[in-house]
Write a protein that binds this ligand. Structure first.
Ligand code: PMP
Length: 446
């Protein structure tokens, strides 16, 4: 049979040279291409498919909503699925979070958060606040505001000048940042205090918000903050009256073993962004969740958030997300992510704990990262020209495993890494299969 992947394509693929195989079917933790080859979805695409690829409850919810109505513009109508989803999310969200603004994905959720925070200060009479502070080696999306917020210089280079004034401080990244003899707590406090230093440098009265991922995903590979870090960050934000925006687009929705990743850091932000796992790949949806204080400022100010998208609160997407949330909470899949995540972590340590080119294995729940190094003892990264991450990705894909490697050496400050974010429904035998295929890829690529 001729593979349809070889026929000419008019789709503008992410790389114009690529002719990717066509995905034709999904079942549980597997994706099948047109030739019948199966791929174990070890990264849920990009931490999206938390329920696997054939979840009956979500599919039924979408079909039922399509039978009622697919779309009604949110400028005219609300809908039952949007109201129910918001109610449930707010019930489950960290303290103080009170409203949900539904969008179509992660970048839109972050862009909405940035604009909401900026307009909030305009509404309360502090329009001089124009700057965001975020962290180096972070990714917050690809629209221009979100891109400016992320601290990923090579992604930004071709699009300068960027639209938003942002400064970047160090991420909380113990593997590379902790000094010899320093306790984790002391390290967390020291790196959080970089926010205070930066605020003093730029003038705290000019700053809108600090933006961070509780567990850094794409750019570092599942790096959680050390205990106490976010408590100190929260305290600094409060002292200066700046907002804390947590980007849980990748690490939220149960991925780390709690519904919101920040629950494990013991803090509540002013704004949270979620996406990916919210639709679990069944529908494109994201949300910007904000506190009552922020929402009330709009109600008592101009009364109108100057922002909106055609597909805000899309009924079918909200119906899908409502079913996803029910699977995650009522059907116990967040708890399963915590439990299976421990098993995955143990299996990774057993297989790669002594691997000469794996420097660090980290993460929480079903969100795990392995950092690739040239030398374990010195933590020296491979030279970027060796393209180790790309080689691992290719070898894993050939072996029938989808994982999410990133070249980290581009700024010389960390190694390449592999991100694992499998569906929470993964079985124990599939953890074995994942580790075995990853091992095959490492043998071929490292
Ligand atoms: N924020 C984070 C933390 C992300 O990981 C991503 C996507 N990788 C985004 C924002 C952007 O999401 P999207 O690709 O859905 O626009």
């Amino acid at each position: 049979m001729t593979s349809p992947a070889l026929t000419p394509s008019h789709v503008f693929h992410r790389s114009s040279r690529a002719t990717p195989p066509r995905a034709v079917r999904g079942e549980g933790a597997y994706i099948f291409d047109a030739s019948g080859k199966s791929y174990l979805d070890g990264s849920g695409g990009a931490a999206v498919s938390c329920l696997g690829h054939s979840d009956a409850k979500v599919i039924d919810a979408i079909k039922a909503q399509l039978d009622r109505i697919a779309f009604a513009h949110s400028g005219f109508f609300s809908s039952d699925p949007a109201e129910a989803l918001a109610d449930r999310l707010i019930e489950l969200a960290p303290e103080g979070i009170d409203r949900a603004y539904f969008v179509s994905g992660g970048s839109e959720a972050v862009e909405t958060a940035l604009k909401m925070a900026r307009q909030y200060f305009v509404e309360i009479g502090q329009p001089q606040r124009r700057r965001f502070i975020a962290r180096r080696q972070s990714y917050h999306g690809n629209t221009l505001g979100a891109l400016a917020t992320g601290g990923n210089a090579w992604r930004q280079a071709k699009f300068a000048p960027l639209l938003i004034e942002t400064s970047h401080i160090a991420p909380c990244y113990a593997y590379r940042g902790q000094m010899e003899g320093e306790s984790l707590e002391a390290y967390g406090g020291r790196v959080a205090d970089e926010l205070e230093t930066e605020l003093q440098r730029v003038g705290p009265e000019t700053v809108i918000a600090f933006v961070a991922e509780p567990v850094v995903g794409a750019t570092l590979g599942a790096v959680p903050a050390v205990p106490g870090y976010f408590k100190r960050i929260r305290e600094i934000c409060d002292r200066h009256g700046i907002l804390l925006i947590l980007d849980e687009v990748m690490c939220g929705m149960g991925r780390t073993g709690t519904l919101f990743a920040c629950e494990q850091d013991g803090i509540a932000p002013d704004i949270i962004t979620i996406a990916k796992g919210l639709g679990a790949g069944y529908q494109p949806i994201g949300a910007t969740l904000c506190s009552k204080t922020i929402h009330d400022a709009f109600e008592h100010g101009s009364g109108f958030f100057q922002h909106g998208h055609t597909y805000n609160a899309h009924p079918t997407a909200c119906a899908a997300a409502g079913a996803v949330l029910s699977r995650l909470t009522e059907d116990g899949l967040v708890a399963r992510a915590a439990e299976m995540g421990e098993k995955l972590d143990a299996a990774l340590h057993e297989a790669f704990g002594q691997h000469p080119h794996i420097g660090d294995i980290r993460g929480r729940g079903m969100f795990r990262g392995l950092e690739i190094v040239a030398d374990r003892a010195t933590k020296t990264p491979f030279d970027p020209s060796e393209g180790k991450a790309a080689k691992v990705k290719k070898a894993a894909f050939e072996a029938g495993l989808i994982c999410y490697p990133m070249g980290g050496t581009i700024d010389g400050q960390h190694g390449d890494h592999v991100l694992l974010a499998p569906p929470f429904i993964l079985e124990e035998a599939q953890i074995g299969e994942l580790v075995e295929k990853l091992s095959t890829a490492f043998k071929a690529a490292l």
